[in-house]
Design a protein. Sequence first.
Length: 171
Amino acid sequence: MSEPVRLPFDPIERARELWVRRWGEGSRADAMATATSVMRVQQLLLARFDTIAGRHGLTFARYECLVLLAFSREGRLSMSRIGERLMVHPTSATNIVQRLVAQGFVERVPNPQDRRGAFAVVTDAGRAAMEAVTADLEAADFGLGMLGPEQHDALFSLLREVRVGARDFTP
């Protein structure tokens, strides 16, 4: 994947100006600009992460699934649990796992409590791929090398407040 095209202007600032022009100074232009900035940063980071994971035959979503499985207490998770944790529909979780199975990075094993269900279990090859992508993401500072430690703490704290407010978890 090539570098994203650099725009000669800040598209979020331009959107804020147009927002105010259309809906006035009392509008929620600041909230729109902040939300849009978060989404744009997410897209920029995801593109970079997909490029890094792609060097190892993965997408970032598949990498996330491998990490999730490696971090799980029992070393296995159901499709519904994977979907919950990755915040994707169970069908998408199943698709991710099927692709990982085809690559030999995950095995599907029957769920003894649910005949229709299965668990996903990461393989040694999946762990090796996960470790390789992790090393590359760390070498790239997760795309956030322009921030210092205090900025990381501040940004994490602000985004955590948003997640708490959205009831992402119970603090």
